[in-house]
Design a protein around this ligand. Structure first.
Ligand SMILES: [Zn+2]
Length: 449
């Protein structure tokens, strides 16, 4: 069934109180002015209260002089690894803590890239700032007061749990279901408890695949909107279109960064990429992923996003390398938001180089997704150890339905499609659903063996 109308765009409360009060009535110039003032206060606080940043600023020659927002690139980056070391230096919160421990009112343990979890501390003010940015984000996706939202994001340990506070603020009905409890999700959606589903792209895709097999007309389920987050996928046409077609819904996506804000980018129903929703709270820069030189945030630019917390109290970050490589899709929109729009191409860690050209596994996913219904839409690149440069053929595992487990012509067709679209040779292995592993919750795009 083709989607002819996007029901979310017919929304009658497009400009209600949240838009006026919390979204961004302010122009980009106004936002910049607010940000300049917030940064002055933040810089002073960091130098006085954070031994971690006082040291970094001193080492950068900014021990006693002020560095303005315009000159931010004179300050060093902050990496995840440095935050780890800061935590080890002064447990339990780290030498980057800017407030007294008694002011810390919520703590998340986030998944570290290696080993032990890292700790995120929030003050009351930080929680409010996260809720503000989250409300803008989810409001942008089309979740409004009349929405009824079934969410599969757990309260913890992932910071996505903050979404529950955000939904409360939007005024929407919230139907929380534990991650992975597929039966309750299906029951809730069939029963009409919710018109909106919040989940990872992998789970939404899994749900669409499953209902396509069991239901004569899955689009008859009274679900109209799916908001995906936690991984790229909702923005990949082959994956998005399939979920939209099978479930009869509009898919929009959100993105956040644990160390900055769990919801920071939200795609509006015009589906032209995710709007930046942290204006006045977070300052964003775009840098070249290789040279790390600053780049202009303009349509078509591809780079890595770098974040500076303007209002964060407990654990502000300065020039934090988020690790996401994005493409800027525009700086205006039919929805009248003035913030830039972007799409995630992939994690810098997932990137590999084939004969001097950067490749992200999301590019492979988007080719593979065209082979439905023989494939499920999931795929991953297999890499040896920590190598970045890979010689073709690139090993790719593609998940297929049981019937196509040994379909030699399918292998040849996918390899041809990857070659013609991405200009490198691949070696495709078909893996049946039962062997692909990992739950439908989140899919790793590269696997190191
Ligand atoms: Zn828009």
């Amino acid at each position: 069934m083709a989607i002819t109308t996007n029901r979310l765009r017919d929304d009658t409360c497009e400009r209600d109180w949240i838009w006026e009060r919390e979204v961004e009535a302010a122009s980009w110039e106004e936002t910049r002015r607010l940000s300049v003032g917030a940064w002055e206060r933040q810089f002073r606080r960091l130098r006085e209260s954070s031994s971690f940043y006082a040291r970094k600023f001193r080492e950068a020659g900014a021990g006693s002089s002020f560095v303005s927002l315009a000159d931010l690139s004179n300050l060093p980056f902050t990496t995840k690894e440095e935050l780890r070391q800061a935590l080890d230096e002064e447990p339990p919160f780290g030498s980057n803590l800017c407030v007294s421990p008694i002011q810390v009112k919520r703590v998340y343990q986030t998944s570290g890239t290696t080993g032990a979890p890292s700790v995120l501390a929030l003050t009351r003010g930080d929680m409010e700032s996260w809720t503000l940015m989250g409300t803008r984000t989810y409001y942008a996706t089309g979740i409004h007061e009349h929405s009824t939202v079934l969410t599969t994001f757990g309260a913890g340990p992932f910071v996505a749990g903050h979404t529950h506070f955000v939904l409360l603020r939007t005024g929407a009905r919230s139907v929380p279901v534990a991650p992975g409890d597929t039966e309750r999700v299906i029951f809730g959606l069939r029963a009409g408890l919710a018109d909106t589903l919040l989940s990872t792209a992998s789970f939404a895709q899994y749900l669409a695949n499953r209902l396509e097999k069991t239901d004569a007309d899955p689009s008859a389920i009274p679900l109209t909107h799916v908001v995906t987050g936690g991984e790229p996928g909702g923005g990949i046409p082959g994956i998005r279109d399939h979920i939209q077609r099978v479930l009869g819904v509009t898919v929009t996506e959100v993105m956040g960064i644990g160390d900055v804000a769990p919801s920071l980018f939200g795609e509006c129903p015009h589906q032209q990429g995710m709007h930046f929703c942290g204006a006045g709270q977070v300052w964003v820069e775009l840098i070249d992923p290789d040279s790390r030189e600053p780049m202009e945030i303009e349509t078509g630019a591809v780079g890595e996003l770098v974040y500076t917390a303007l209002t964060r109290e407990a654990m502000p970050v300065v020039r934090f390398l988020g690790g996401d490589i994005v493409r800027i899709d525009g700086t205006s929109c039919e929805c009248e938001r003035t913030s830039f729009r972007m799409r995630v191409l992939g994690r810098r860690d997932d990137m590999f180089i084939v004969r001097g050209v950067n490749v992200y596994p999301t590019a492979i996913l988007s080719v593979v997704a065209e082979f439905r219904p023989r494939v499920t839409g999931r795929a991953r690149v297999i890499r040896e150890g920590s190598q970045t440069s890979i010689e073709p053929p690139i090993p790719v595992e593609v998940e297929v339905t049981e019937r196509h487990g040994s379909d030699a012509s399918l292998v040849a067709q996918i390899e041809d499609a990857i070659h013609s679209r991405l200009t490198f040779r691949s070696k495709v292995t078909l893996v049946p659903e039962s062997d692909f592993g990992e739950s439908g919750y989140k899919t790793r795009l590269t696997v190191r063996k």
